[in-house]
Design a protein around this ligand. Structure first.
Ligand code: HEC
Ligand code: HEC
Ligand code: HEC
Ligand code: HEC
Length: 439
């Protein structure tokens, strides 16, 4: 007969041995991370190198990845919106709607996501996370979760996001800096709790890993998504026990981490960067969303055109290339054979000739008095013309050439830089580009 204590011991050992393999076995977890969409709803297609990313391609790629890796964790460090131009609010609205369709597991909050007010972001059905919102008495309650627990198979992952107080655009405005809490005390406690509960911890921030280590510390962090430098996708690396990755910018690529876990900690990893070129088809389920966005942009544009027509008074300072041709036949011939002359047609080809965010560089004087605003009224100002570079020419023409053009004193490079910017012409090099259009 077995005695009672021995039975208990036996049972205890049975339970222990049943669990041990689970506790010690290798476990794997795949994470796809992104960050810093920077308001790029779609790639502009201005250059082959820059023609990466966009929400429609991302939807397709995520669907493919989820099919091959059903337990995939998909997270974003935030930074979805931009506030560079008047169309960015509408675009932001559609970026958030499009993101809802991507089924992210967690999205960090960055300052740029709050540019149209916290409610603008919070109204989207996205799993936002802001871990250092100031929720002390007197402050407005944060509409964002302070962290998010995500379960994948046996593994539980807790996602945090840290907003850098020093980077606050409101910091200098009185009474507004209460939105975030500069003290890392709460985050420290939450990280410790998560670690004790056997959760894998992921923190996203716009700080560099070095700044984050100095200001907050890397204790109890398994994965740190650090702030991105322009278009830099570094290798994943260990710093003080945390695996540090970098999400790049403009939503052109996704990062992927395939982790091997031992006892809930990262024992090994594989890191891959996934670009999104145009060989990735647009997701059909986002077509309706995209059509609706374009219809709104077009309606906005037509409204602007109508308003401009009413305001239009007096003579335009722009005359159009046909007038310059009368005295500069030789230069005109060279220009006519260049890509600049077909810049508007190229917009029409991609169905974007109604989008102010594109028209500005593909026509003459858009948004300037007397400049291009509409195909019908200003049809002589299509494409990149003489006056895009030399400035408005009416005064020069009326003086039969004796009056210099407005940009006569500009260095050539400055003239090009109006449009050949990094995002739209990443391969621009004056010495190789100028000979192609020299006249
Ligand atoms: C009626 C004839 C005439 C027309 C039309 C005309 N130009 Fe000229 N342009 C001249 C003459 C003449 C000169 C030479 C002036 C000089 O060398 O002093 C000149 C010089 C220039 C120069 C070099 C000097 C400078 O000011 O930078 C540029 C650039 C130029 N024109 C651009 C244009 C453009 C652009 C247009 C159309 C908007 C245009 N021109 C239309 C007659 C004309
Ligand atoms: C800041 C100025 C700028 C803006 C804004 C801009 N473009 Fe461009 N675009 C350029 C320049 C510069 C090039 C030429 C790039 C090069 O060859 O280096 C270009 C080239 C293009 C081309 C021709 C590509 C080819 O294969 O020849 C297309 C199409 C185009 N852009 C579409 C767009 C669309 C669509 C938008 C709006 C979403 C847009 N652009 C906004 C400056 C701009
Ligand atoms: C993409 C920009 C660009 C466009 C478009 C352009 N030009 Fe120019 N043009 C320049 C630059 C830059 C120079 C050189 C100025 C210098 O040498 O400092 C120049 C020089 C000139 C000169 C002076 C030539 C000389 O021998 O000194 C004339 C005249 C001129 N352009 C006329 C035109 C006319 C007419 C058109 C349209 C049919 C035109 N340009 C289109 C950028 C442009
Ligand atoms: C007003 C905006 C604007 C300015 C200013 C401008 N560009 Fe461009 N450039 C464009 C656009 C847009 C395109 C693409 C046209 C297309 O293919 O549809 C382009 C295309 C080109 C191309 C053809 C690229 C290729 O791959 O063949 C060259 C070369 C070029 N630009 C040189 C210059 C240089 C040099 C200057 C300055 C002297 C300049 N551009 C100034 C807008 C501009």
């Amino acid at each position: 007969m077995l005695n009672k204590p021995f039975c208990k011991l036996l049972m205890f050992l049975c339970v222990l041995f049943a669990w041990l393999p689970l506790v010690w076995a290798d476990n794997t977890l795949s994470i796809v991370y992104s960050g810093n969409l920077d308001g790029e709803l779609e790639p502009c297609g201005c250059s082959a190198e820059g023609n990466l990313g966009g929400i429609k391609r991302r939807a397709t790629l995520l669907q493919q990845l989820r099919e091959t890796t059903p337990d995939l964790l998909v997270i974003s460090a935030g930074g979805l919106l931009s506030t560079d131009g008047p169309g960015d609010r509408l675009k932001g609205e559609y970026i958030l709607k499009g993101f809802e369709l991507l089924n992210y597991d967690a999205v960090g909050v960055q300052w740029r996501d709050l540019a149209y007010g916290p409610d603008f972001a919070a109204n989207a059905a996205l799993p936002w996370v802001l871990s250092n919102a100031d929720t002390e008495k007197g402050a407005v309650p944060s509409p964002f979760s302070s962290d998010r627990l995500i379960s994948r198979g046996k593994q539980r992952v807790r996602f945090f996001s840290w907003l850098d107080v020093a980077d606050s655009p409101l910091q200098k405005m009185q009474g507004q800096h209460s939105l975030v809490d500069a003290s890392p005390k709460k985050l420290h406690a939450a990280l410790l709790r998560a670690r004790k509960d056997g959760e894998l911890t992921v923190v996203s921030t716009t700080l560099s890993s070095k700044q984050f280590a100095e200001q907050i510390g890397l204790d109890n962090i398994d994965v740190l998504i650090e702030g991105a430098a322009y278009e830099v996708y570094g290798e994943a690396r260990r710093e003080n026990g945390a695996l540090v990755v970098q999400p790049g910018s403009r939503g052109m690529r996704l990062g992927r981490l395939d982790l091997t876990l031992k006892a809930g900690r990262i024992a090994d990893w594989r890191h891959t960067v996934l670009p999104m070129p145009d060989s990735i088809a647009d997701a059909p389920q986002l077509q309706a969303w995209y059509d609706e966005y374009n219809a709104k942009v077009k309606a906005d544009y037509l409204q602007r055109v109508a308003a401009r027509k009413k305001q239009q008074s007096g003579q335009s300072p722009f005359v159009g290339e046909a007038v310059c041709q009368t005295c500069h036949e030789k230069q005109h011939k060279i220009w006519f054979d260049s890509q600049h002359a077909i810049a508007y047609e190229d917009l029409e080809d991609v169905n974007k000739a109604f989008d102010p965010a594109c028209i500005q560089c593909h026509t003459v004087g858009f948004d300037q008095p007397g400049g291009f605003f509409d195909m019908n009224v200003t049809g002589h100002l299509l494409g990149v013309q003489c006056e895009s570079c030399h400035g408005a020419g009416r005064a020069h023409v009326e003086a039969a050439g004796s009056k210099a053009l407005p940009n006569a004193g500009w260095p050539k490079e400055k003239i090009c830089a109006q449009c050949h910017t990094q995002p739209h012409s990443p391969g621009f090099d004056f010495d190789s580009y100028w000979p192609k259009i020299a006249h």
